[in-house]
Design a protein around this ligand. Structure first.
Ligand SMILES: [Zn+2]
Ligand SMILES: [Zn+2]
Length: 221
């Protein structure tokens, strides 16, 4: 897959900036960017949940998709009004009844999962571009990719020389996080707990991001 240049398109520049900013967080940079996309996407769907939107193209898209996957349905429920949920589910149930009566299979193609899956592929390219474009050392110092994104990016770009750098970084990042988590345990009891470093205190969050990635990330995709 060809790498896209960051310099010419504002949208791509914005994605690059967001990925670089995420290097300074406790989480996988791609999970961090995707989490914001997921929130924005669900928020947009919630914005089209009123009765006025019942016949809109956006609503038709959702009903034709069979609604959201289980994970995103519950996330959507948290962001949507009760009236919005009732309006959407009424239409979904109408469709479900039609399908069950004709003996066909009920299938869901979650629009949020589809959107995130497409973005994720673009972000892989952008991350590799950034690593080759002077941001490798900042990435190396970060928590790095979660294990799921690391495995997936290897599948995507198996023959790219930058993969060797990602591999070495991943080993170092895992080692560092493991040492900090062990340090936290070793300093569990007072008075040693007062000597816990910031890295040790952050280790439960960093280890969880590293091992689990974004919740629901590979639920449907
Ligand atoms: Zn990730
Ligand atoms: Zn989904």
């Amino acid at each position: 897959m060809a790498l896209k240049k960051c310099s010419y398109m504002d949208e791509i520049k914005d994605i690059c900036t967001r990925i670089i900013e995420a290097f300074s967080s406790d989480r996988c940079p791609l999970c961090g960017v995707l989490r914001m996309d997921e929130f924005n996407s669900l928020w947009q769907w919630a914005g089209h949940s009123g009765e006025n939107d019942k016949n809109s193209e956006k609503r038709k898209q959702l009903i034709n998709a069979g609604g959201f996957c289980s994970y995103h349905f519950w996330r959507f429920k948290e962001m949507c009004t009760d009236y919005g949920i009732a309006s959407i589910c009424t239409q979904l149930i109408e469709k479900l009844l039609e399908i069950l009566k004709t003996g066909k299979q009920w299938a869901v193609k979650c629009p949020v999962c589809s959107e995130l899956s497409q973005k994720e592929s673009e972000y892989f390219s952008q991350l590799l571009f950034l690593l080759k474009d002077g941001h490798a050392s900042k990435y190396e110092e970060s928590s790095g990719l979660c294990i799921w994104h690391y495995m997936k990016i290897r599948e995507f770009f198996g023959d790219d020389p930058i993969l060797e750098f990602l591999h070495k970084s991943q080993l170092n990042q895992l080692e560092k996080i493991k040492i900090n988590a062990a340090g936290l345990i070793a300093k569990q009891e007072p008075p040693l707990n007062l000597q816990q470093t910031d890295d040790e205190k952050h280790s439960p969050l960093r280890t969880t991001w590293k091992m689990a990635g974004l919740s629901g990330l590979y639920y449907e995709r």
